[in-house]
Design a protein around this ligand. Sequence first.
Ligand code: NAI
Ligand code: MG
Length: 506
Amino acid sequence: MNAVPQSTIAAQPAPSARVAEFLKRPRRLLIGGEWVEAQSSKRIPVMDPATGKEIASVPDASAEDVNRAVAAARAAFEKGPWADMLPAQREALLWKLSDLIDQHADELAELESLNNGKTKFMASIIDVPSTRDYFRYMAGWATKIEGSTFQTSIHGPPGMKFHTYFTREPVGVVAQIIPWNFPLAMAAWKLGPALATGCTVVLKPAEQTPLTALRLGELIIEAGFPPGVVNIVTGHGETTGAALVAHPDVNKIAFTGSTEVGKIINKAATDTVKRVTLELGGKSPVIVFPDVDLDSVVGGAANAIFFNSGQVCAAGSRLFAHKSVFDKVVEGVSNAASTIRLGPGLDPQTQMGPLVSREQQERVLGYIQSGRKEGAAIVTGGEAPPHEGYYVKPTVMVNVKPDMKVVREEIFGPVLVAQRFEDIDEIAAMANDTPYGLAASVWSNDVRTVNRIVPKLRAGTVWVNCHGFVDPAMPFGGFKQSGFGREHGRVVLDQYTEIKSVCMAV
Ligand code: NAI
Ligand code: MG
């Protein structure tokens, strides 16, 4: 049991000298290998979510700035060192970058914590090492991009034979638009496959969390990537992001964020027939069968929703427990929730940080309010502590109905809705009763139960007796309105290459 009440929030410790120095330096755009001033003088303030105070500012890039970045990416793609580089040289550069991430791991974790609100502890054990490992994994694919030969039955002129094969070529200039929940890791998920395959990139971090992407940009230059291979523009989605999506010289958009914006991007991209991959929202079910060990389920279910303050696309936000264990599971998860220690990310005592922004805090509190109005009962949490940071207490709701907003919509905060079920056919239908299909978890030690439920679930990832684990080798992405295309693994290479068939008369 934790003696500290959730309304008592400690002060954010001062940042280290190294991070303080980074925050003081003026932030510019990375275009063509140089840090350049934006054409527009507009700036976006960057906040510490634990205090609500401004810690830096970044340029609000205009359409003109986007044009410059795309031109630099195009030039680097068409000619020069990157276009001529051997796959093994791209591999070596990705390894160099991952080594630099390792050397600056502590600083990156601190910066991620300060900008996003998550704890420095979590950033140091998850975000930063997974970013490093992601680049290492993708580095290996640079030398393993394959096509194949095949036989044809073409009726050519008498005596003519054919040599036919296909190759894979990089898709070209890729615009990558990423969210604020895992700013550094999302940059890696996007940049890794693009650089392994030989594409060039314009990356747009979320306006709330640009700092680690900009630090990564410095490390990319230090690693020796040629100018223009990675360009970074900061700015708002509706302006900077939209200019990238509309740009006729961008070949592909890779996006992670809300389903709402995914739909806008997908429509806008059709005008120029861009390739699009979308990793969007989720409302992932956690399904608990009665045969399981309740302690491990309780810990797993609490972690599935409260990790990263619930700001996870695959968060286990709908708990379904069999009626015979429902009360025990809800009690256990609620006890876990009520003893999580809230606080600023740089305080080593903190177990859960604030949400990323005032806007997100208000959105989450609005959902809690709507749940209350529609008749849900709050078992624990349900409010913000009286503090200037963007905190929300971990919240568990019961007495919810399938048509309530809190059950249907992605909340993206530490809010769990819990429902009962009776049998396996009923639970499959309940779990699939959502526009989303990103992930699900099944908790049972009965192999028959597991093998009956897993094929029924319409979700891109199904975890069994665990939730939320990702790996660079394991494809990740959504069914239904959670998006399309898969990241990670060998399959991501399909999303970053064009296939060229060659048919040679011999
Ligand atoms: P968002 O989808 O608006 O932002 C994500 C990224 O898209 C940011 O870089 C933003 O600048 C950019 N963007 C926004 N509008 C754009 C446009 N018209 N054209 C091009 N780029 C655009 O997400 P937001 O508003 O920050 O959060 C709203 C909700 O979205 C959250 O409450 C959550 O439900 C969901 N979300 C889901 C994420 C996921 O990982 N699946 C990540 C972030 C948000
Ligand atoms: Mg938005």
